[in-house]
Design a protein around this ligand. Structure first.
Ligand SMILES: *Cc1c(COP(=O)(O)O)cnc(C)c1O
Length: 358
């Protein structure tokens, strides 16, 4: 019988915690990690929390060759009264399974995963920083480990969760970013893997990200893979527009990520009486709205930055300034409200947060 209950092996030596003032994204990791294996015979088995450690994999492990892997990203926040809060973690495990489905990776038990995650974070609770703007970034991921060069879905996988304390995204206040509208490279196409958090989507985006950087822009704005006309998303964020007082965002078409921040922003706005239009938005329409003075705000949404206002857009060699490159009132309100709920500073009428019993 394979082991199915959570085994915990504690680290004998604990690492020194990094200085929260100098934290960089994803550079330091906590004392423990979660692991679980899949085999065709036993399914997912041997869930365990072990000291954070390197892996041993065969060079032929399929993930190295064909990139059959999926990941998630969420955060644990420290509230002012010392509690640890998770923000909608069940949504991440639901989406992990959607990504798994697209990549032919066997489904995981979402309820069990949530329990394993809670145990891991509780054990490494001292790694959840408490300074304003900081959090513990949580990275669940699955890799195919079967040692064969066959081009087919693997019959062996490992699921892991690693934890990394992250600093404030906005050290000197929230500065709107510049984005480069990419009209040559595309990120995904209808029928592709755009809605899945799978490794190849990100390495495939580096080339465009590099070009955006050489143009002095922080992020890429992706257009649709067919006509290169309609807006998809910004870097690893979903994107919203305020036009004539109304909020618009690209509809989920299968080629963009179904962001949990996106979903939360829509629910927040709608519960406050604002209508959010999920539809196709063309670059031409956006430029026309900006020229006419009716484009009031552009902002990205994602776990890392929560809300990231966009101050400038470069499209076909021309720079467009949005809202005088100032953060707009809707973005500001959304940021305050979401961060407030995530950190327990504001009431959570939606039941989005889970308080860990530590
Ligand atoms: C993860 C991700 C997002 C944002 O999703 P959240 O659940 O809000 O963090 C948006 N776009 C892409 C491409 C992503 O990978």
């Amino acid at each position: 019988m394979v082991q199915q209950t959570l085994e915990v092996v504690k680290a004998t030596e604990l690492k020194e915690k990094p200085d929260p003032a100098t934290l960089k994204f994803g550079r330091q990791f906590s004392d423990h990690m979660f692991m679980m294996d899949y085999s065709a015979v036993d399914g997912w088995h041997q869930p365990r929390v072990v000291p954070y450690q390197p892996l041993e994999l065969d060079p032929s492990a399929m993930v190295f060759h064909y990139g059959q892997s999926v990941f998630e990203g969420l955060k644990a926040y420290r509230s002012a009264d010392g509690n640890i809060l998770l923000f909608r973690p069940e949504e991440n495990f639901r989406r992990l399974n959607e990504s798994c489905d697209r990549l032919c990776i066997p489904q995981v038990n979402e309820e069990a995963m949530l329990e394993y995650l809670k145990e891991l974070v509780k054990l490494d609770k001292d790694w959840v920083p408490s300074e304003v703007g900081t959090s513990l970034y949580i990275r669940p991921f699955i890799i195919s480990t079967e040692p064969t060069l066959d081009v087919s879905p693997a019959r062996a996988y490992t699921l892991m969760i690693i934890l990394s304390p992250v600093g404030s995204f906005y050290k000197g206040g929230i500065d709107p970013v510049g984005i480069f509208v990419e009209d040559e490279y595309t990120r995904s196409a209808p029928g592709g893997t755009g809605y899945a958090k799978t490794a190849g989507n990100y390495s495939g985006a580096y080339k465009a990200q590099e070009r955006a950087s050489t143009h002095g822009k922080a992020q890429v704005l992706w257009l649709d893979g067919v006509e290169k006309k309609y807006i998809e998303e910004v870097g690893s964020m979903n994107v919203f527009f305020k036009i004539n007082g109304e909020i618009h965002t690209p509809a989920l078409s299968g080629s963009i990520l179904d962001g949990i921040t996106r979903k939360s922003v829509i629910e927040l706005l709608e519960s406050n009486g604002m209508n959010v239009r999920q539809r196709q938005i063309s670059m031409d329409e956006l430029i026309a709205a900006n020229e006419a003075g009716s484009l009031q705000e552009v902002f990205g949404t994602g776990t890392a930055a929560v809300i990231s206002p966009v101050g400038r857009l470069e499209y076909k060699g021309q720079d467009y300034v949005i809202n005088g490159s100032e953060m707009g009132e809707t973005a500001r309100w959304l940021h305050e409200t979401l961060v407030g709920i995530q950190t327990g500073e504001q009431e959570d009428p939606f039941g989005w947060t889970i308080v860990l019993e530590t």
